[in-house]
Design a protein around this ligand. Structure first.
Ligand SMILES: Nc1nc2c(ncn2[C@@H]2O[C@H](COP(=O)(O)OP(=O)(O)OP(=O)(O)O)[C@@H](O)[C@H]2O)c(=O)[nH]1
Ligand SMILES: [Mg+2]
Length: 346
C-alpha cells in the first residue's frame, strides 16, 4: 500500500512521515521527496510465525512518500512537482495544520485549508477530464469511455470529488494514466498542537470530509514522532498523558485499512510466513497474482484455512484430518485472515 503525504507548506508532513516510518528526516521547510515504509503490525502473523518457525517472517507494508509543499509564493497549494510525485500513489494523506507554526503567518485554519485542497483537486481533475473528453469526442472513442468522462465532468462541476461516485457508476479503468486526484482514497490527518491532540474534529469539518468521501484522523505529529522512538512500555504512559490510547501509527493504519477496505491473507511454511494485502472482495485467482503472476496465470485451485479454524485445530494436518480444509476455485472471495496454498501449473 503506497500512500502519498501531501499538504500545504509547513503543515507537518515530514513530521508525520517520521512518526510513521521511525526515520529521522530533518523537519523545517522544503527538502526532497522522501520514501519510507513501515510494517503493519499483525498479531496473527506473530502467532503463525511462532508455530511455523520459518526462516523469514514478512509483515504487510505501508509505504509513504513525503512531498514538500510549495514554498516562496502566495499560492497555497500543491506544487507541479508534488503532483507529479503522487501520480503513482494508491492513496493520499492530506496533512492539515492545526498548530501554531511560528514560521508561517496567520492562525491555523484547518477547515479553510481542507476546502482549498478540495478546490485544487477538483480544478486539476476538471482540466484533465475536459481535455480528455474533447479528444475522445473528436476521435469517436468508445461510448462508455465518453459517458464516464461526461459523468466525471458533471460531478466535478457540481464541486464533488470523484471518489464519492459508486463503484458501478463509472468505469474507473479509463482514469488510468490521467493522474486524477479526487478519485484517490483520501485520509485527512489533522495535525494538532499538544494540548488539543485528543479533541474531536468539528462538526463542519466532519461534514466536509463526508462530502469529499474522505476519512479523518487527529494527531500531534511532533510529540508522536518522539513517542515512536521510545520503548513500548513508555509509549503507553506518554500517550495516556495526551489523552490517547493508541499511537498515531496504529490509528493511522487502522483508519487506512478501513478507508481502503483492505484485508490480509497469509501464506505459511518453513521458509516464510507472510501477510499479503488485498482489497476486500478480491477473488482467489487475483489474490494469487499478488504472490506471483505465474500463480494467477496457471491457477488451478486454492487450499484455504481461515485463521480462526487454524487456531482451533492448531496445525494444518489437524485441519485436514477434521475435513475442514477448504478447496476453492478461481472465483472464491478471499477472506480476512485466510491461510492459502495456491496450486498452479504454467
Ligand atoms: N507544535 C507542533 N509543531 C509541529 C507539529 N508538526 C510539525 N511541527 C513543526 O512545524 C514545522 C514544519 O514541520 P514539517 O514536518 O517540516 O512540515 P512539512 O509539511 O513537511 O513542511 P514542507 O515540507 O516544507 O511543506 C517544524 O518546525 C515542526 O517541528 C505539531 O504537531 N505540533
Ligand atoms: Mg517536509
Amino acid at each position: 500500500m503506497k500512500i502519498g503525504l501531501v499538504g500545504f507548506a509547513g503543515s507537518g508532513k515530514t513530521t508525520v512521515f517520521n512518526t510513521m516510518t521511525g526515520l529521522d528526516v530533518p523537519v523545517g521547510f522544503g527538502g526532497e521527496v522522501r520514501l519510507g515504509s513501515v510494517r503493519v503490525p499483525d498479531a496473527r502473523i506473530d502467532a503463525l510465525s511462532g508455530i511455523f518457525d520459518p526462516k523469514k517472517t514478512t509483515y504487510a507494508e505501508m509505504s509513504f512518500c513525503d512531498v514538500p509543499g510549495e514554498h516562496g509564493s502566495d499560492k497555497k497549494g500543491l506544487s507541479p512537482r508534488g503532483l507529479q510525485q503522487i501520480r503513482d500513489q494508491e492513496a493520499l494523506c492530506l496533512v492539515v495544520r492545526d498548530f501554531d507554526n511560528p514560521a508561517l503567518a496567520g492562525d491555523p485554519d484547518p477547515l479553510t485549508d481542507l476546502e482549498a485542497f478540495h478546490a485544487e483537486c477538483v480544478f486539476a481533475d476538471l482540466e484533465a477530464v475536459e481535455k480528455r473528453l474533447e479528444r475522445a469526442r473528436k476521435e469517436r472513442a468508445d461510448a462508455r469511455e465518453i459517458a464516464t468522462f461526461e459523468l466525471a465532468q458533471q460531478t466535478l462541476e457540481a464541486d464533488r470529488a470523484l471518489r464519492t461516485l459508486d463503484e458501478g457508476a463509472l468505469d474507473r479503468e479509463y482514469f488510468k494514466g490521467y493522474g486524477i486526484l479526487s478519485d484517490r482514497p483520501l485520509l485527512v490527518a489533522v495535525n494538532r498542537s499538544e494540548e488539543r491532540a485528543a479533541e474531536p474534529l468539528s462538526e463542519e469539518f466532519e461534514e466536509l470530509l463526508g462530502r469529499m468521501g474522505a476519512a479523518g484522523l487527529t494527531l500531534c505529529a511532533s510529540i508522536e514522532a518522539d513517542i515512536a522512538g521510545m520503548e513500548p512500555e513508555d509509549q503507553m504512559a506518554f500517550l495516556e498523558d495526551l489523552g490517547l490510547t493508541e499511537s498515531a501509527l496504529d490509528r493511522f493504519i487502522r483508519t487506512a485499512y478501513g478507508l481502503l477496505d483492505l484485508i490480509s491473507f497469509f501464506t505459511v511454511g518453513p521458509d516464510e510466513v507472510r501477510a499479503w494485502t488485498i482489497r476486500r472482495g478480491t477473488d482467489a485467482q487475483h489474490a494469487a497474482g499478488k504472490i506471483h503472476s505465474d500463480l494467477e496465470r496457471g491457477f488451478i485451485r486454492a487450499e484455504v484455512t481461515p485463521y480462526e479454524v487454524f487456531t482451533e485445530y492448531g496445525s494444518e494436518a489437524a485441519v485436514k484430518d477434521a475435513g475442514k480444509l477448504q478447496v476453492e476455485g478461481k472465483t472464491y472471495i478471499v477472506g480476512d485472515g485466510d491461510i492459502m496454498h495456491v496450486r498452479f501449473n504454467v
